[in-house]
Write a protein that binds this ligand. Structure first.
Ligand SMILES: C[S@@+](CC[C@H](N)C(=O)[O-])C[C@H]1O[C@@H](n2cnc3c(N)ncnc32)[C@H](O)[C@@H]1O
Ligand code: SF4
Length: 347
């Protein structure tokens, strides 16, 4: 066994066939993805750039991925069933959740815009044993939420989330997180939002209000709706991205994605139905990126060099932590224009 990586916390390695492999702790399966695969059109999302074929992952592909990782499930802390796209467009989401739970995975959950979170779907998901759901709500006022999340109806979403909470309180165990993507359009509403949702949620089940600062999706997004006080200086403080050591994201056709920010398949990294996920996760391209980061050269890497995901993660609310332990989020945000992104990639 190799010793833990000294720059990133809790990095794990496993042995397989006499070889040592970096082991992700977070399996992310994009059950719904590709062009147009959302019922909303959010201001801060990469949706306009999605070019992969619209796909809902079949149960057969899902089960083969889950089966492939199951022998290592003790190392997986989270199984997230969204990537890009809206996961509830998959009518069979509850059966996928149930399957992952039957295979012994912890932390099975996903984020949703809650438009399709009807009573029936909520009941099915609770019965399937969903561990966590992240409800994406981006304003305290209808106008704010709908300006950020066009295509969604604020009242309907609030009604859906309230039903989910009541149903879970009656019979269920799912942790319900309400998440606010803090950006210029809504940041002033966060105190009222937090106070409101903390009254509605139930801490007995671990429910929480989360805040996550808007990021630029691997340097891919230009929006004028940005906040991030350290934008442009991210890598002076965070020279290495933990996602490349912890997360493994699989697209609906089984292709391995580069990272959470990857919406079109930045590189051909192989398909987990054809090759073992550990071999792909420890493949040449990803290792090249890791080595560059470890030698202090993150600024030479396309996508990573001005990605603001690491700084948003560093400032996020800790899900499992107490209110005291949650990272403080500064109020001194200012608007900083996002830089023009790389079009041609040298790697
Ligand atoms: C791409 S969405 C997919 C899941 C689902 N459609 C939803 O909106 O929750 C995943 C998460 O990314 C968040 N998100 C979208 N654009 C973002 C950005 N620029 N910065 C930070 N988070 C973002 C969404 O709010 C959501 O919580
Ligand atoms: S609901 Fe989610 S996937 Fe859809 S546009 Fe908004 S952030 Fe993107």
């Amino acid at each position: 066994m190799r010793k833990e990586h000294d720059l990133i916390e809790n990095v794990k390695y496993v042995e397989m066939d006499g070889q040592t492999y970096l082991m992700p702790s977070h399996l992310q399966i994009e059950v719904v993805g590709g062009k147009g695969m959302c019922n909303a059109h959010c201001a801060m999302c990469t949706i306009d750039k999605w070019e992969r074929p619209p796909t809902i992952m079949t149960n057969a592909v899902f089960q083969s991925i889950v089966d492939g990782v199951a022998p290592f499930n003790e190392h997986i802390e989270y199984v997230t069933l969204h990537g890009n796209g809206e996961p509830l467009l998959d009518k069979e989401m509850a059966s996928k959740v149930k399957y992952a739970k039957q295979k012994g995975f912890r932390g099975v959950g996903f984020a949703t815009n809650c438009s399709a979170l009807t009573k029936k779907r909520a009941d099915e998901l609770l019965a399937a044993g969903l561990d966590t759901i992240i409800c994406s709500i981006d304003g305290m006022k209808k106008e704010t939420h709908e300006a950020i999340r066009p295509g969604t109806k604020y009242e309907a979403i609030v009604r859906n989330v309230k039903y989910l909470i009541q149903a879970r309180n009656r019979s269920g165990k799912t942790k319900i997180l309400v998440r606010f993507i803090r950006q210029e359009l809504n940041q002033h509403e966060f105190p009222a939002y937090k106070a409101y949702w903390e009254q509605v949620l139930n801490p007995e089940f671990g429910d929480e209000v989360l805040v996550f600062n808007i990021h630029n999706w691997g340097s891919q997004l230009e929006v004028g709706n940005q906040i991030n006080e350290n934008f442009g200086h991210v890598h002076e403080e965070i020279p290495i991205c933990a996602d490349l050591y912890h997360r493994l994201l699989v697209f609906p056709n089984g292709d391995l994605a580069f990272c959470d920010a990857d919406y079109n398949g930045f590189y051909d990294l192989g398909n987990v139905q054809k090759e073992h996920f550990l071999k792909l996760y420890n493949g040449e391209r990803l290792n090249f990126y890791r080595q560059k980061m470890e030698s202090g050269k993150i600024r030479e890497l396309p996508y990573c060099k001005s990605c603001t995901i690491p700084i948003s993660r560093a400032n996020k609310t800790e899900v499992a932590g107490s209110a005291e332990k949650a990272s403080p989020v500064s109020n001194n945000y200012k608007t900083i224009p996002i830089r023009v992104m790389d079009q041609k990639l040298p790697l």
